[in-house]
Design a binder for this molecule. Structure first.
Ligand code: NIG
Ligand code: FE
Length: 396
């Protein structure tokens, strides 16, 4: 593996103290061996040199919540929602998640792999270097496993770290009662998913899964080695955040309706608060109380939530902008949440920071300051993406 030296960095976000001006980063064998002032930089000899010409450098984005393996799209529903129909109203009439389940069940593993690969390729091209991928559009054992296999294969084919999450409990499968489906999840689907998923997630929401059902499902998952994540307080106050704190989940996600008590409980239990500002925006919904969660001491991450129903974002840059402008995080908090926060939410402590020993995943921005990301939300400011010390050529 090569040695890379990035020189001429005008502004380096390390996520470990103040930004460094006129900085250099050295990456050897995929790991950062130096990050700091140019004056103390190691020799250039024997290394490939990339002169950043005064540009800003940040850690690669860590997108800690996506549902990117699916077929079809829901542009028709988007049109209806914007004309006034409700998200849950559409779901009750057979649309929503169930519409994507029908399209996804009908797609082969290779078709799903092609679709997912194209999405992740676009993510990498805009600076994402680590991604979490949930299943959840199969709702039967065979299709859920297909989605998890696709998620793993995308990572292998594109050389990007993928963390997988089993979200069979996305909604109740068509033609089954909720009791029967919860039983199927616990007795058959969770044991089958165990080797393919790092985590198990449940959509805790009025009319979807209750707190008690989620507790039961996540307990079964933990017996099969999968830690918990919870879709919590997204559309209404569901009690999912309190459950996440109670069971020591890795994350509580969305949190648009979280209260100060929820924030305190999550912080106390060390549960990451994973926000999805794209979904709040696309649903014209409530904003997660980002500053309140941050001030309560939660590890805050921001993510695309990439999915065909509520947040078809494939790039983290506009999410950073939404997190600042709509959610109310500061520029520095939002960039931290999109990088270091995501890494911590995925239990990857050597990602999302630019310090010695960290994984050499970086984005060189075509801008002098990372504030340009939220400030120029419609411009792709990705100049170069570096993954494990190699410059991504856009073709991989
Ligand atoms: O994160 N909340 C549940 N899941 C997705 C939406 C899924 C869909 O509408 O297809 C979300 O918003
Ligand atoms: Fe989600």
């Amino acid at each position: 593996m090569s040695s890379l030296l990035l020189t001429g960095i005008g502004h380096l976000t390390t996520n470990d103290g103040d930004p460094v001006r006129d900085a250099v980063v050295a990456i050897d064998e995929g790991l950062i061996t130096y990050a700091g002032p140019a004056a103390d930089a190691p020799e250039t000899e024997g290394r490939e040199v990339l002169d950043c010409g005064g540009r800003a450098v940040i850690p690669g984005f860590v997108d800690a919540h996506t549902h990117l393996v699916f077929a079809g799209d829901r542009s028709d529903e988007f049109r209806r929602k914007m004309a006034g129909e409700g998200y849950q109203e559409i779901a009750r009439s057979g649309g929503g998640i169930q519409a994507t389940v029908r399209a996804t069940r009908a797609a082969s593993e290779e078709e799903l792999l092609d679709l997912a690969t194209e999405r992740v390729r676009r993510m990498i091209a805009t600076g994402t270097t680590t991604v979490e991928i949930k299943s959840g559009y199969g709702l039967d054992t065979e299709t859920e496993l297909r989605l998890l296999r696709v998620a793993r294969r995308v990572g292998e084919e594109l050389g990007i770290t993928v963390r997988t999450t089993f979200l069979g409990a996305h909604t109740v499968a068509p033609d089954l009662t909720r009791e029967r489906y919860v039983e199927l999840l616990v007795d058959e689907m969770i044991p089958a998913a165990a080797g393919l998923a790092d985590y198990c997630d449940v959509f805790v929401e009025k009319g979807v899964f209750s707190v008690d059902e989620a507790r039961h499902i996540l307990h079964a998952a933990s017996e099969h080695g999968m830690k918990a994540r919870i879709h919590a307080e997204q559309l209404t106050r569901s009690g999912g955040a309190a459950l996440a704190a109670e069971i020591g989940a890795v994350s509580a996600d969305h949190l648009d309706h979280a209260t100060p008590d929820d924030a305190a409980a999550l912080a106390e239990a060390g549960v990451a608060a994973v926000l999805c500002p794209g979904a709040s925006y696309m649903l014209r919904g409530s904003q997660a109380p980002g500053p309140m969660l941050w001030d309560a001491g939660c590890t805050v991450a921001i993510t695309t939530d990439c999915n065909p129903g509520t947040s078809f974002f494939e790039s983290m840059a506009p999410i950073v902008s939404l997190a600042v402008v709509q959610t109310g995080l500061t520029v520095e908090q939002a960039i931290w949440a999109a990088t270091r926060g995501g890494a911590l939410a995925l239990e990857l402590p050597d990602r999302g920071l630019v310090t010695e020993g960290g994984v050499g995943d970086l984005v060189v921005l075509d801008a002098p300051d990372p504030a340009h990301i939220p400030y120029r939300p419609a411009t792709d400011l990705t100049w170069r993406v570096i993954r494990s010390g190699s410059v991504v050529d856009g073709e991989s």
